[in-house]
Design a protein around this ligand. Structure first.
Ligand code: UGA
Length: 435
């Protein structure tokens, strides 16, 4: 099949490369000429494990190409995906749909013959209807369907998530569209991935409801972590104890500094705006979202308390600044709340992140960027772990003890046990486990 993927951001590029890897012929389109030129040279604009090999392998095989020219890509395609950004609109938290609508208009102008237009961007319920109206108004005689196909990829494991998803959701009432989507995802039938066809609006709600539920799960365990600290219980054991109940499930129950990233914070806000407009009450999502925002702010106080109540003049070594490991993405990362608050309290921050320092440097002024974890910790007053990159999971604790001026570790991702830290003579502060 021939696929046009509009938007070479995170979702568009990963999805385009994976569809090409399924054997389809994919053209990825973007207005950003510099980005397209870089992709044509084999340079990948984001850090995502395995993506360079996937893109370049399929590029050499002739199944994946890049273009700034939407017209020919759309005219030649059986399926056109819209995978452009939907950032939070400044001020009101609504998803900004201007890129989606602009892409839809361009698709309308270019389409000839039957075209299936599929929305992959995260869009509020009803956007598919608007895209359909827009195309119809622009080209009344056009033969097309508009479907919704939300993505459930996680940064850092996006390729695996695309190729082995728990499910594929497609919102459409058209039999022709269903047939095409079945063909497109055919390789997944081998591993028996369920493909769930729903009404278009339902698919749009599924995407937001999934993210809101996961965000709620994280806020829930984070609040339980606070309780555990007060009553001297261990949140990790609690998570395991409740997660073994299949009705609850053990995933997304890791307590930490609060969720960040380009999706949960933005999507929960957008869902809340939709609820407000329609008069629905989403008080649980509201609570999850505000609990998370407050938590991120509170983490600096936790660190300061662990450092003896005052960090003025102290040098703190921070490991990890991205919102999660295996990405260079800094969007809504907890570090963006925590580091400035520590600096405001008078601390000097030395930080190291395996992939995120280039993105982070302009966002975190005054931070001293180090070449590795050893350089960061040398002579520091305390070590703070903000992101659980694998390489931070096996630090030489003896060396750590020698390197630090004071043996204080604040681990906001619980990647060490209290026992091993105690044995190494380190004062260890973690999340949801009393020191
Ligand atoms: C999330 C969803 O997991 C994907 O299914 C969805 O497709 C994506 O948003 C999206 O809408 O595009 P992502 O933001 O890449 O994916 O990353 P997650 O692994 O979900 O992590 C989000 C945040 O929650 C991170 O800051 C992470 O550290 C935090 N988190 C996650 C926890 O604090 N505890 C957990 O147990 C899990």
């Amino acid at each position: 099949m021939r696929v046009a993927m509009i938007g070479t951001g995170y979702v568009g590029l990963v999805s385009g490369a994976c569809f090409a890897d399924f054997g389809h012929e994919v053209v990825c389109v973007d207005k950003d000429a510099a980005k397209i030129e870089a992709l044509e040279r084999g340079e990948i604009p984001i850090y995502e494990p395995g993506l360079d090999v996937l893109v370049n392998g399929n590029r050499f095989a002739g199944r994946l190409s890049f273009s700034t020219d939407l017209g020919p890509a759309v005219r030649g395609a059986d399926v056109v995906f819209i995978a452009v950004g939907t950032p939070s609109r400044r001020g009101d938290g609504h998803a900004d749909l201007s890129y989606v609508f602009a892409a839809a208009e361009e698709v309308a102008d270019a389409m000839s013959g039957y075209t299936l237009v599929v929305n992959k961007s995260t869009v509020p319920v009803g956007t598919g209807d608007k895209v359909e109206e827009l195309i119809r108004a622009r080209k009344p005689q056009a033969d097309f369907d508009v479907a919704s196909n939300p993505e459930f990829l996680r940064e850092g494991s996006a390729i695996e998530d695309f190729k082995r998803p728990d499910r594929v959701v497609v919102g459409t009432g058209s039999e022709r569209a269903k047939e095409l989507m079945n063909q497109l995802y055919r390789p997944l039938f081998l591993n028996e991935t369920p493909i769930l066809f729903t009404a278009r609006r339902t698919a749009e709600v599924i995407k937001y409801a999934a993210n809101a539920f996961l965000a709620t799960k994280i806020s829930f365990i984070n609040e339980i972590a606070d309780l555990c600290e007060k009553v001297d219980a261990d949140v990790q054991a609690v998570a395991k104890g409740i997660g073994l109940d299949k009705r609850i499930g053990g995933k997304f129950l890791h307590a930490g500094p609060g969720y960040g990233g380009s999706c949960f914070p933005k999507d929960t806000l957008a869902l809340l705006r939709t609820a407000e407009e329609t008069g629905a009450s989403l008080s649980i999502v509201e609570a999850a979202s505000s609990s998370n925002a407050e938590r991120k702010k509170r983490m600096a106080e936790k660190i300061i308390a662990a450092c003896g109540g005052d960090v003025k003049g102290q040098t703190l070594a921070v490991l990890g600044v991205t919102f999660k490991p295996n990405t260079d993405d800094m969007r809504d990362a907890p570090s963006l709340d925590i580091i400035p608050a520590l600096q405001k309290a008078g601390a000097h921050i030395r930080a190291y992140d395996p992939e995120g320092m280039e993105e982070a440097a302009p966002l975190l002024p005054g931070t001293e960027w180090m070449k590795d974890e050893n350089e960061a910790m040398k002579g520091a007053d305390a070590l703070i772990i903000l992101t659980e990159w694998n390489q931070f999971r096996a630090l030489d604790l003896g060396h750590l003890h020698e390197s630090l001026r004071k043996p204080v570790i604040v681990d906001l991702r619980n990647i060490y046990t209290r026992e091993e830290m105690k044995k190494a003579g380190l004062a260890y502060h973690s999340v949801g486990r009393a020191p």
